[in-house]
Write a new protein. Structure first.
Length: 339
């Protein structure tokens, strides 16, 4: 009996520090469930003519996450986050495939290791009235049709503290995928200013030995972008402009202008995007309505149209449909809840 009591005492001594640490530095469970039902259609001038129209349920980046911190003393903290995307409509998902990593934070800023949005993505999508989601979001035509809106694995990031409204983010993906002929890397940086009603951002990103996400020896993709947002009472105006150079392709130039207008719980949304690459170009616009039941739950409905010319490959921001050169439309409605 005494041996059993001794074993329980030893086990209790081992477990207690962990329990105390979690009590002092709690781990938070959070998430989002966001689904839309969409009627999507592509014109007949493409390879999907036989499947040119359908009604579908589209996941809008639902996720489940845990995050936490530990006070290390002397103004230093350790932090972690594990965020997993899942599709509530079909049950699919991959563990920790969203923003996930571990880092240290102090008065000097934060250093993070893991898979995370690049500074280009986080600073530019901040001006999207649709929140970087739904068919009308900013990646449909802008940001090189989403090629420069990346969540990269194997990133080392530094985030500066807020300095009078200014903040810097730097990120680099080392050449872990190196081959005999290629050393693929990603480097990204942003400078933002956010104070009161004003948000401004500038960003730069380079993809070395890559075209899209394909390792390609000797290739390079390079992008520069600007963004801004201003609140004028109930109205917010937003804008974005970027230029993207890619080996073997014409320079892509794109912009987006957008706005939202809040009338209590009713919010009107709208955006227009344009992209040009050589003789190819596209126009994309989206209008929407959102009803905010609470800060955590809303209903949204929208109409989105994409007009491609000369083989341009603009598409819906989420849930791409059809093929390059086709004109597209989407009518959607959905519900979002965060917890």
């Amino acid at each position: 009996m005494n041996k059993k009591l001794l074993a329980l005492a030893v086990a209790g001594a081992c477990v207690a520090p962990t329990a105390m640490a979690q009590t002092a530095n709690p781990v938070t469970l959070y998430g989002r469930i966001y689904l839309t039902v969409e009627n999507v259609e592509a014109d007949a001038a493409g390879t999907t003519a036989a499947l040119a129209k359908r009604t579908r349920m589209q996941d809008q980046a639902s996720y489940l996450g845990v995050r936490g911190t530990e006070d290390l003393g002397g103004g230093l903290k350790a932090f972690f986050q594990l965020e997993t995307a899942f599709n509530p409509d079909d049950g699919s998902g991959t563990f920790a495939n969203r923003n996930s990593g571990v880092g240290l934070q102090g008065g000097w800023g934060s250093v993070l290791l893991g898979r995370w949005d690049t500074p280009m993505k986080s600073s530019m999508t901040a001006v999207d009235p649709y929140g970087d989601l739904t068919a009308g979001d900013i990646t449909g035509a802008a940001l090189d049709q989403g090629n420069f809106s990346r969540r990269n694995g194997n990133l080392v990031q530094y985030w500066s503290p807020n300095m009078g409204g200014f903040a810097v983010k730097l990120a680099h993906m080392p050449d872990e995928g190196r081959t005999a002929t290629a050393k693929p890397t990603v480097t990204s940086a942003s400078l933002t200013y956010s104070k009161g009603a004003i948000y401004l951002a500038a960003a730069y990103e380079e993809h070395k030995d890559q075209l899209g996400t394909t390792t390609t020896a000797g290739a390079k993709e390079e992008g520069v972008a600007l963004a801004g947002r201003v609140a004028l009472g109930k109205l917010r105006l937003m804008g974005h402009y970027g230029e993207y150079k890619k080996t073997g392709s014409a320079k892509d130039k794109s912009y987006m202008v957008g706005a939202d207008y809040a009338m209590g719980k009713h919010v009107l949304l709208g955006s227009y995007q344009n992209a040009e690459a050589g003789s190819a170009d596209c126009d994309m616009f989206s209008i929407g309505y959102r009803y905010d039941f609470t800060k955590r739950t809303f209903f949204i409905a929208s109409y989105t149209e994409v007009d491609n010319s000369n083989g341009m490959n603009c598409n819906f921001g989420t849930g791409s449909f059809g093929s390059a050169g086709q004109d597209l439309t989407a009518i959607s409605a959905g519900i979002r809840h965060v917890f």
